[in-house]
Design a binder for this molecule. Structure first.
Ligand code: ADP
Length: 210
């Protein structure tokens, strides 16, 4: 029973991660369909750099109009090329975006009305800040051959490009080693959904203990 002296309830924070093409978005969509709040750092980065996004004034100051598309959003292709050519450019962009993404994701987690929050962070394992915020870490896992196949079909990237991205991320073993829960996405979408449904039940139950 709660009393007036009880601290305010906070949602259970479940970090959701996985390599590129592992099925994070597919899993996050299923959690959302079950009623979980999904806080997605990629989506936040996108919103910050959309036309009128909160990061745009700082980006214009740092890089000038060359990085701004006609509609006022970040010119992603120009920024990617500049960051690829000069690592300092990437560092400066990250110095603008990362603190904003951290603050905004924290704010969204605190406002979440659901018993638990899915905090979807592609590089969760690689990032101390986000790991510290999570009560549990859920890793979406599948064989590398499937990652390659799915990303090829989704983005039309070639194998060398996908392998380069995978090489820059934590390895499958590293991710599995820090996981509290592993979703095996080596099968069909229905099989993925069944596992997410079972985790949803567990997280709702666990949230009562936070
Ligand atoms: P991530 O967010 O981890 O990069 P996605 O959830 O976008 O990965 O999945 C990568 C691609 O593979 C998407 O096009 C998605 O629809 C597809 N996909 C994901 N899981 C499965 C599955 N179990 N069976 C078939 N296709 C899948």
């Amino acid at each position: 029973m709660s009393s007036s002296s009880s601290p305010p309830r906070r949602p259970l924070i479940v970090g959701l991660t996985g390599g590129i093409g592992s099925g994070k978005s597919a899993a996050a969509d299923r959690f959302a369909a079950l009623g979980a709040t999904v806080v997605d750092t990629d989506a936040i980065a996108h919103a910050l750099t959309a036309a009128g996004g909160r990061a745009m004034p700082a980006i214009r100051n740092a890089f000038g109009d060359a990085m701004i598309a006609a509609d006022g959003s970040l010119d992603r292709a120009a920024m990617r090329a500049a960051a690829f050519a000069d690592p300092q450019v990437r560092k400066r962009l990250e110095a603008i975006l990362h603190p904003m993404i951290r603050d905004e994701s924290q704010r969204q987690c605190e406002l979440a009305p659901s018993p638990y929050v899915i905090l979807a962070v592609p590089l969760l394992i690689e990032s101390g800040t986000y790991r510290e915020r999570c009560d549990r870490i859920c890793v979406v896992d599948c064989p590398e051959a499937l990652q390659l196949e799915r990303v090829k079909a989704r983005n039309g990237l070639d194998e060398a490009q996908i392998r380069a991205i995978m090489a820059a991320q934590a390895s499958r073993d590293e991710r599995r080693a820090v996981a509290d829960d592993i979703v095996d996405n080596g099968g069909t979408l229905d099989q993925l959904h069944a596992q997410v449904d079972a985790l949803h039940e567990r997280y709702v139950r666990a949230s009562a203990l936070v």
